[in-house]
Structure formats: structure tokens, C-alpha cells
Write a protein that binds this ligand. Structure first.
Ligand SMILES: C[S@@+](CC[C@H](N)C(=O)[O-])C[C@H]1O[C@@H](n2cnc3c(N)ncnc32)[C@H](O)[C@@H]1O
Length: 397
């Protein structure tokens, strides 16, 4: 596909899709009196039926896609996670736990987790994937049909919504919370301003500000009281959908653990005065794009996760914050080195060994994904979760 810059909406289906999304956004801006809060723009740019980034069929993951995630880098990620969770499935959930994965990507994490549970002979009752993207669902289905024994594949199913009945099990969300839409705010004249999208004189989209309405204003003033002072014009994000997401997940989870892995920080670090431009970015073909209004519908939009907010939401939902660690130290303590040894121990293929070692470096080194990505495990009645060896960063939340 030629780059969008050199194509027009008429000869490039992707550009045409984006143009339709922009039309519909402009109409919404007019209907809303000239200003669409950024949180609504992000929601539409990612999820507008048929047009948003996650639902329009754009190629997102892996080679040629927009981003590469930990399960794509190495199966050791999913293997380590599964082996660490095995005691919960085997003991706390008596081999009858269900696994619910949010946003399954290409299906690799599911394949690696289930291969490891098979190897460890840990039973599970079902694997569910709650996926908003129709094309990624198809990729997950194809991948899992290929790698799983038929009997296991028959126990995988895709969901449109959370289970309605009470259930027990394990929730996995790797790089999903960062996609939940954010309010963009600005600290202006000692108070909170809401950033939104308007139509510019050329008929395009541009960012604008207005006085923040509630509940954004209170949220930003609280953040400022805790993390300020901030310089004039300080810009950052607040994610209103986070607490409702966790409350909904926790509501029917009778017993089990929710594992969220994502790039993020404790609140003090997220909203430090030095981070005055926030964390919101776009990704297009593995390039970071700073202007969030670039290529609506064709670019992923993402912002870091405030893990203090996740912990507060967990507390409100009656879950215990059992583990909070940086991804690198978590993987190393949760058994990745032994899994690495097992994988390359008697390998004669030096190139494959080198590739695996490089992947481990990428997953664990502080300058790669090791520090920027964090792991949080939230439990309800799971004494078997192995936590003693995991470095404990909960004090930083
Ligand atoms: C960055 S990818 C991560 C994929 C996979 N977890 C991995 O680590 O490779 C984000 C995934 O979440 C899905 N997704 C995005 N927003 C979602 C939402 N609100 N609910 C459930 N899934 C979502 C995407 O379609 C995609 O599968």
C-alpha cells in the first residue's frame, strides 16, 4: 500500500476510510456546538463501528503492523506468566478455573499460555477472549486452530461482553488498558482545562481548550494537589473508563486473579512536573506519532496507565493488590531464566539461541521493556499465587 501522504481518498481504501471517519467526527463536532472532548475523539478514532482503528480491518500487529507486543517478541513471556499462574489454577481454582483474556492480539499469548498449562498438566475449564476487533478475532482463531490440540481448541470461545454469571478464574490484559480512551487536560491559570477537537478554518481537525467540566475538573485538581505544582500549560491525561472497567471485571469474579501488564507509572511519576506533555502518542507502522489527530482511524492511540489508579479501583472493587513490579524484574523472578535454559539448553542452532537471548533482553532490560512495562496482579482469595520472590513495588503506588 502506498503511503497515505502520496494517496488520495479515492485511490486508497485506507485514506477513504479515514476521510469517512473525519466527516462523521466533523458532524459530531458541529452537533456538539463546535467542541468534541478528546476522550470522545479517541473513543471514535479507535472504536467507531466499521471506521475506528480497532474495528476497520487495518493491519495492526507484528511485522508490517503498527506495534509489536511482548507475546510477539517471545513465547517465553506467555510461558512464564502461565507457569507463575499455574498454582492458582491448580490449587485455588481446583483445576476448574476459566481464563479470560482481554484483547488477544494475534492469539500468541493464548497459544503460549495453553501450551505451558498442558506441559505442566494444569487443568482449566475454558479460555475466553474478549476482543473488539473482528480481524484480530479471525487471526486469533486461525492461530489457535493451528497450534492447539482439537480438544483444547473446542474449549476456546470469543465473547462480546463480560460473562453474566458469577465465575472463577484468571483475567489477562496485556497492553489493553492503555487503549481505554483518555481525557486530555491542560493546567491553565491555576485550574483545569479540557482539551478537545474542533474544526479548523481549512476544514481539518485541530485541538482546542475550554474550562473543564466535572468530573474532569475535580480529578485534575486532585492530581495537582498530590503531584503539583505544574508549570502553566502542563498537559496530561486522565482515564475515566479505568475504574468502571475494573469494577465490571471484578463484579462477577468470585475467586481468581486479574493480571494487567502495560506501560505505565505510579501516580507521582506519571504526573511529575517534568512530564509536562503527558504520555499520549500514536503508533503507525512502528513509528511513534506525537500529533494525536494524525490519520484518524489508521493510527493506534495510546496513553500510559496510572497504576495507582488501577490499585485504587481494585481496592474499591474488593480485590487485593497482590503484586506490583516492573516487567523485567517480574519475569526474572517468576521463572523466565529457567524457561530460557530449558528452551536453549541443548539447542545446536546458535542463531536461534542468539535470537532467544535478544528477545529476553528486550523483555527484561530496563532500557527496553523491563522498566517501562509494569505487572500488576489483583486477587480475590488466591493464597497460592507465588508472590514471595517477586520484587515488591507496591510501596511506590
Ligand atoms: C496492543 S494489542 C495487545 C494484544 C495482545 N494482548 C498482545 O499482547 O499481543 C491490544 C489488543 O486489545 C484489543 N482491544 C483494544 N481495545 C479493547 C477493549 N476496549 N476491550 C477489549 N479489547 C480491546 C485490540 O483489538 C488488541 O487485540
Amino acid at each position: 500500500m502506498p503511503p497515505e501522504e502520496s494517496s488520495t481518498a479515492t485511490d486508497d481504501p485506507a485514506a477513504a476510510l479515514s476521510a469517512r471517519l473525519v466527516d462523521s467526527l466533523q458532524q459530531s463536532i458541529r452537533e456538539a456546538g463546535g467542541f468534541l472532548p478528546f476522550v470522545e475523539y479517541m473513543d471514535r478514532a479507535l472504536y467507531a463501528p466499521g471506521l475506528g482503528y480497532y474495528v476497520n480491518g487495518a493491519h495492526k500487529l507484528g511485522a508490517g503492523g503498527d506495534f509489536v507486543t511482548a507475546p510477539e517478541i517471545s513465547p517465553l513471556f506467555g510461558e512464564t506468566l502461565a507457569a507463575w499462574l499455574a498454582p492458582v489454577l491448580a490449587e485455588d481454582l481446583d483445576g476448574e478455573g476459566m481464563i479470560l483474556e482481554f484483547g488477544g492480539g494475534t492469539g500468541r499469548l493464548a497459544g503460549d499460555v495453553l501450551a505451558t498449562l498442558r506441559e505442566l498438566e494444569v487443568p482449566w475449564s475454558g479460555y475466553r477472549i474478549l476482543e473488539v476487533s473482528p480481524d484480530l478475532r479471525e487471526r486469533q482463531r486461525e492461530h489457535l486452530r493451528e497450534v492447539l490440540p482439537a480438544e483444547e481448541f473446542a474449549r476456546v470461545a470469543w465473547l462480546d461482553a463480560l460473562p453474566q454469571e458469577p465465575w472463577r478464574g484468571v483475567v489477562l490484559a496485556n497492553e489493553v488498558l492503555d487503549a481505554l480512551p483518555v481525557e486530555l487536560f491542560c493546567w491553565r491559570d491555576g485550574d483545569a482545562a479540557q482539551v478537545g477537537v474542533t474544526e479548523d478554518a481549512q476544514g481539518g481537525l485541530s485541538l482546542a481548550e475550554r474550562a473543564a467540566p466535572e468530573p474532569l475538573r475535580s480529578a485534575v485538581r486532585d492530581l495537582h494537589a498530590r503531584c503539583g505544582p505544574w508549570p502553566e500549560g502542563y498537559t496530561s491525561e486522565w482515564r475515566p473508563a479505568l475504574a468502571p472497567w475494573l469494577a465490571a471485571v471484578a463484579e462477577r469474579l468470585e475467586r481468581g486473579v486479574v493480571v494487567a501488564v502495560d506501560y505505565g507509572f505510579p501516580r507521582d511519576a506519571y504526573y511529575a512536573a517534568e512530564r509536562h506533555q503527558g504520555t499520549l502518542v500514536g503508533y503507525h507502522r512502528q513509528q511513534m506519532v506525537l500529533d494525536p489527530l494524525t490519520r484518524p482511524g489508521l493510527m493506534d492511540l495510546t496513553a500510559s496507565v496510572d497504576f495507582t489508579a488501577v490499585a485504587e479501583a481494585a481496592d474499591a472493587a474488593g480485590l487485593e493488590v497482590a503484586v506490583y513490579a516492573a516487567q523485567g524484574e517480574f519475569l526474572l523472578a517468576a521463572g523466565l531464566p529457567a524457561r530460557f535454559d530449558a528452551r536453549v539448553g541443548d539447542a545446536t542452532d546458535a542463531e536461534a539461541t542468539l535470537r532467544t537471548a535478544q528477545a529476553v533482553r528486550m523483555l527484561t532490560l530496563p532500557g527496553e521493556m523491563g522498566e517501562r512495562f509494569q505487572v500488576m496482579a489483583l486477587t480475590r482469595d488466591c493464597p497460592s499465587l507465588p508472590r514471595a520472590a517477586i520484587p515488591d513495588r507496591r510501596g511506590r503506588l
